[in-house]
Design a protein around this ligand. Structure first.
Ligand SMILES: *Cc1c(COP(=O)(O)O)cnc(C)c1O
Length: 362
């Protein structure tokens, strides 16, 4: 059988290894000059026009962002259910209640109508997820937030470089979080980067990240140790020099798949949106699981389901809400390989396999 086509593949080169070695030899491993440089280069690279604060994971980034924004027990934050559990987890960890809204069929991201219906007098914020690397409907969500005097937080874990009408994701909300986990569009090993809308949010992020200290042993608030190490930052800095090329390859791979796949629904792209294809997610209305199994067993092609169980059905949340588009997407979504390491022959194999299986299944 042909070689396995992995659903994701982190790319680590000699430059990353050399950067790690440089930091190891410096003897300075914890948060230091590499982290500071990475924060500045990240903000500059993605044109965020605001300061960034590096942390040890994307989940920490969401958690600290919520704390910095003053989210507390008794508050409600409207989140999508169709996302990775870290979105709702971070709200719950901040002591608040995640309230689940539905997604739109056309972009897998929060449906503004459903968000508005979920707002109560306890709602303090909306946290859209730019799922799969496609920007959420930010203009409508910001308008709703303004009307109801709410904050907006962005989970941009999967969307480095995505934008809407020229504005990069991570530049819309009170804060925006980018994950640097190995399978994301770029990595630092583990890590997260949080963009801050203003100096106060930035300062609080820096405090919460470091036990409440800016000046050593002069703790100002109760904080955590969620610092990024210089080792991880050094990896991230190198990846930053490569991510644009990888994004372009993801977009080219997606275009190849979308122009050739038959009998399945390719991922839509909204007007004015730049999609960075963290995932290339099709809808398979009939027997998605069977298609995934056949791809793996008959064609040696990996795929992913992000996410098969909506968050409102997960044990820690169990919310009694009707989210029909979320339930439908969870049953139909299938992410095909789109990562930058795919060759043209890999892409052709994926197209042939999906088209053959889809035709046989129809
Ligand atoms: C990956 C991810 C996170 C969490 O990021 P980590 O770096 O793994 O902690 C949060 N939200 C979404 C949508 C993600 O995909």
């Amino acid at each position: 059988m042909s070689e396995f086509i992995a659903p994701a593949k982190p790319i680590i080169g000699d430059e990353e290894r050399a950067a790690v070695d440089r930091v190891m030899r410096s003897g300075m491993l914890a948060q230091g000059p590499e982290v500071k440089a990475f924060e500045e280069e990240f903000a500059e690279h993605f044109g965020l026009g605001r300061a960034c604060v590096a942390v040890n994971s994307g989940t920490s980034g969401l958690h600290l962002g919520l704390l910095a924004a003053g989210v507390k027990a008794g508050d409600e934050v409207v989140v999508p259910s169709f996302t990775f559990a870290a979105t709702a987890n971070s709200v719950a960890l901040a002591g608040a209640t995640p309230v689940f809204a539905d997604i739109s069929a056309d972009d897998f991201c929060l449906d503004p109508g459903s968000v508005e219906a979920a707002i109560t007098d306890r709602t303090v914020a909306i946290m859209p997820v730019h799922l799969y690397g496609h920007p959420a409907k930010m203009e409508q969500l910001l308008a709703i937030a303004e009307k109801h005097d709410l904050k907006v937080f962005e989970d941009a874990a999967q969307a480095h470089g995505a934008s809407l009408h020229g504005t990069p994701v991570g530049a819309f909300g009170t804060f925006g979080m980018f994950s640097l986990y190995p399978t994301k569009n770029m990595t630092s090993g583990e890590g997260g980067m949080v963009s801050a809308a203003d100096a106060e949010i930035e300062q609080l992020l820096r405090l919460y990240r470091n036990q409440g200290m800016l000046q050593q042993y002069h703790n100002e608030v109760v904080g955590l140790n969620n610092r990024m190490t210089d080792i991880h930052a050094a990896i991230g800095r190198v990846q930053l020099t490569k991510v644009d090329r990888w994004t372009k390859l993801r977009q080219e791979n997606a275009a190849f798949l979308s122009s050739r796949l038959e009998g399945v629904t390719p991922p839509p792209v909204a007007d004015g949106a730049v999609h960075v294809y963290h995932q290339y997610t099709i809808r398979v209305p009939q027997d998605r699981d069977g298609l995934a199994k056949a791809l793996r067993e008959e064609y040696n092609i990996g795929s992913g389901m992000f996410y098969p169980v909506p968050n409102h059905e997960l044990k820690p949340f169990q919310a009694n809400v009707e989210l029909p588009e979320t339930v439908k997407a969870a049953a139909e979504c299938l992410s095909l390989p789109v990562h930058p390491s795919l060759t043209e022959s890999d892409l052709e194999r994926i197209v042939t396999a999906v088209n053959t299986l889809a035709k046989a299944g129809a």
